[in-house]
Ligand binder design. Structure first.
Ligand code: GAP
Length: 436
């Protein structure tokens, strides 16, 4: 039984299933390991995370443009990027029960399930392989992309030529990635199908260290600006030995998940590795001509790479609280208004007319601007609880007095404070309260 007040993964999973945030993929068939479906509230939350990221990193910047590239790419892309050769984890197998483990994550020298002897580690490539077209042969092998990054590198010249952007500038993309992970688990923390939000920020050689620092700060603060507590986050610079095959420097933004600290995002200095590799393998130029110095060179790149699903999990875990409310305990998600799936709930005190008609009219007006829910079932106390549990920042209650004085009550999720406002000022009051 989970300890009262403590945030556990068990409680987060239970809330997500109960309220329709996240379901297991193919649940009626027993589920598919490490794949998840986002329900009606989950999709709103996930979209809000992606939109908040896009707003901060593309919409509000002059030096980053967006892109949406295909999941399947020419197989040579993955040879050039080094993924065919080096994107692998060490795999060991129990000789008795055949359970498989990632050797670098094992804390025991024998199988932790049956105590059996383990095989020597073998490198296991994490890319999903399939075939393009009707014939299954080695000639038409394609991979499901394991990162969105390569779509941006191979389009560097297309984007630069069409936008005429000068260095430094970035390309941003949000999309699905696939990894045949050996060990999965911790809910949506490590999946085989997941989404990434990545920026490839191209800079002049020699300016990379200053831009690396800039992006580490930007990205760390983005989580805080969207409501994550500072004490739930920390930066973890990588040691030289653990750097990915392409990276010169890397720092992770780590989050304190219920199972411990885990990587939320990695910010890497990839040097000129990727563009140089693609030039060599494709024979096409991916250089940049600097008008000021009249020099031609291969740009270097700083890459902030975040996981959408891990961010969703971090927002949920950080916002989750169990708090005293009169004689009971309320479960509440203190989500930032920009991230909350529903912004306003409209709650008429009675289903009877003319109160219902007035309430529906208010609901119809508010939903033009905000994601709203209309709930007229059960007691008002239970309805507040339901909205707290899904993180709705504001509830608007319409009572019989409203018919007389043309005023309604706004109830705030966090403080539970209630104020009365005129219906004609309601939209402005909501706009003001959702600002943070
Ligand atoms: N392009 C660089 C890159 O892909 P990464 O550290 O392998 O770097 C970046 O991945 C982010 O993608 C991680 O910080 C994490 O948030 C997310 N991610 C990676 N593998 C994942 C998985 N199996 N399930 C969920 N998210 C994952």
């Amino acid at each position: 039984m989970a300890e009262a007040g403590k945030v556990t993964m068990e409680k987060i999973v239970s809330l997500c299933q109960r309220r329709g945030f996240i379901f297991q993929s193919s649940e009626i068939y027993g589920g598919l390991s490490a794949c998840w479906d986002y329900g009606p509230l989950g999709i709103e939350l996930k979209r809000n995370v992606k939109e908040a990221w896009w707003r901060a990193n593309v919409q509000q910047r002059d030096d980053v443009v967006g892109l949406d590239t295909s999941i399947l790419m020419h197989p040579d892309v993955w040879i050039a990027s080094g993924h065919v050769k080096a994107f692998a984890d060490p795999l060991v197998e129990c000789k008795v029960c055949n359970l498989r483990y990632r050797a670098d994550e094992l804390t025991s020298k024998v199988c932790t399930s049956c105590g059996g002897e383990l095989t020597e580690p073998q490198m296991f490539n994490l890319m999903f392989k399939t075939h393009s077209g009707p014939i299954e042969s080695e000639d038409n092998v394609v991979y499901m992309r394991p990162e969105t990054a390569q779509g941006m590198f191979v389009n560097f010249a297309n984007v630069q030529n069409t936008t005429r952007k000068k260095l430094p500038f970035g390309i941003a993309q949000i999309g699905k990635s696939f990894r045949n992970e050996i060990t999965t688990g911790n809910f949506i923390f490590r999946c085989r199908e997941f989404e990434q939000m990545e920026i490839e920020f191209f800079v002049k050689p020699g300016t990379d260290e200053q831009w690396f620092e800039y992006w580490v700060n930007q990205r760390f603060n983005w989580y805080i600006n969207h409501g994550i507590k500072k004490e739930s986050l920390k930066l973890r610079p990588h040691d030289k030995e653990e750097l990915a095959h392409y990276a010169k420097m890397c720092s992770d933004v780590n989050f304190l998940f219920p199972m411990g600290w885990g990587e939320l995002e990695g910010i890497a200095d990839r040097g000129s590795f990727d563009l140089t590799q693609h030039m060599e393998h494709s024979g096409k130029s991916l250089t940049y001509f600097d008008e000021e110095t009249k020099q031609t060179f291969v740009p270097w790149v700083i890459e902030p790479s975040a996981g959408v699903d891990r961010s969703v999990l971090a927002f949920l875990c950080d916002a989750y609280a169990e708090e005293p409310d009169k004689d009971e305990i309320r479960t509440v998600l203190h989500l930032h208004p920009a991230i909350a799936p529903v912004k306003v709930a409209v709650l008429p005190l009675s289903k009877k007319e003319p109160l219902a008609e007035l309430s529906r009219k208010i609901y119809a007006d508010l939903r033009l601007n905000w994601a709203c829910q209309y709930d007229d079932a059960q007691s008002i106390g239970r309805r507040y609880r339901r909205q707290d549990e899904i993180g709705t920042p504001l509830c608007v209650t319409i009572d019989f007095q409203s018919l007389e004085d043309k005023q309604v009550t706004i109830r705030e999720r966090d403080s539970m404070a209630q104020i009365r406002v005129g219906i004609s000022e309601l939209a402005d009051a909501i706009k003001d309260k959702l600002k943070r």
